[in-house]
Design a protein around this ligand. Structure first.
Ligand code: HEM
Length: 206
């Protein structure tokens, strides 16, 4: 009997609900002006980061700690990755509103570095379907998604490490220490999974 695979579209609804809650709290607590928009920008980046970390570590988790839960994460990486893209485009909307509200433009380094990440996120989201995998071929597809993932990871870490290093971080330093630690833990998992694959290559298909 053919098995139909259910697709967790509810992840998109959950992401939108999370962003709506963040918007309600940001505007409710800090007002509808630049303060509210600044908090919306910060917290949408955090929401996107948490989703990104799950997508970034799903494969390694399933390999190192096999269970129904981690296998579910690996199987549904595509939808988790697309939810990350959705959350991060909400960050883009929030930051655009913020810069309009304060009447400034981001510096060139942020535009180039962050813009590059958005280019990767767009390409990765547009190629997250079976047709694109077939058209690009698994090698090119994997190269794109691998390079994009590490680039996005680096931009997140650059933001968080930068905030830790600041004399006066915008919020308690512990928040940025926790997010940076999460990022490095995810990287550690991927390195551990890679090392195990090298020691024990997958058995050749009969
Ligand atoms: C042109 C592109 C981008 C611009 C102009 C931009 C701008 C901003 C602004 C204005 C903030 C709030 C800063 C504050 O607290 O005052 C922010 C926060 C942040 N952004 Fe973006 N961003 C861009 C792209 C990205 C990308 C691509 C990433 C990650 C891949 C990212 C990750 C973050 C992080 C981690 C924070 C800090 C969140 C926190 O406080 O926990 N941003 N960004």
């Amino acid at each position: 009997m053919a098995q139909t695979r259910s697709r967790p579209y509810w992840l998109f609804a959950a992401t939108l609900a999370g962003a709506a809650l963040i918007a309600a709290l940001s505007f409710g607590l800090w007002g509808m002006g630049s303060d509210g928009l600044q908090h919306l920008t910060r917290y949408t980046a955090r929401l996107a980061f948490l989703i990104f970390i799950v997508a970034f570590s799903a494969g390694a988790l399933a390999q190192l700690f096999p269970s129904d839960g981690t296998r579910w994460l690996r199987r549904n990486r595509r939808y988790i990755g697309l939810s990350f893209a959705l959350a991060h485009f909400i960050h883009l909307g929030a930051l655009t509103g913020f810069f309009i509200a304060i009447g400034e433009t981001p510096d060139i380094v942020t535009i180039v570095g962050g813009g590059g990440a958005y280019a990767f996120i767009s390409l990765m989201a547009l190629t997250s379907n079976d047709w694109s995998v077939r058209k690009l071929g698994p090698v090119v597809w994997r190269r794109l998604h691998l390079t994009g993932s590490y680039y996005i990871w680096a931009i997140f870490m650059n933001s968080y490490l930068g905030r830790i290093a600041r004399e006066t971080p915008p919020e308690p330093r512990i928040i940025f220490i926790a997010t940076a630690a999460l990022g490095f833990a995810a990287l550690g998992l991927r390195i551990a999974a890679w090392a195990r694959r090298r020691r024990k290559p997958a058995p050749a298909a009969a």
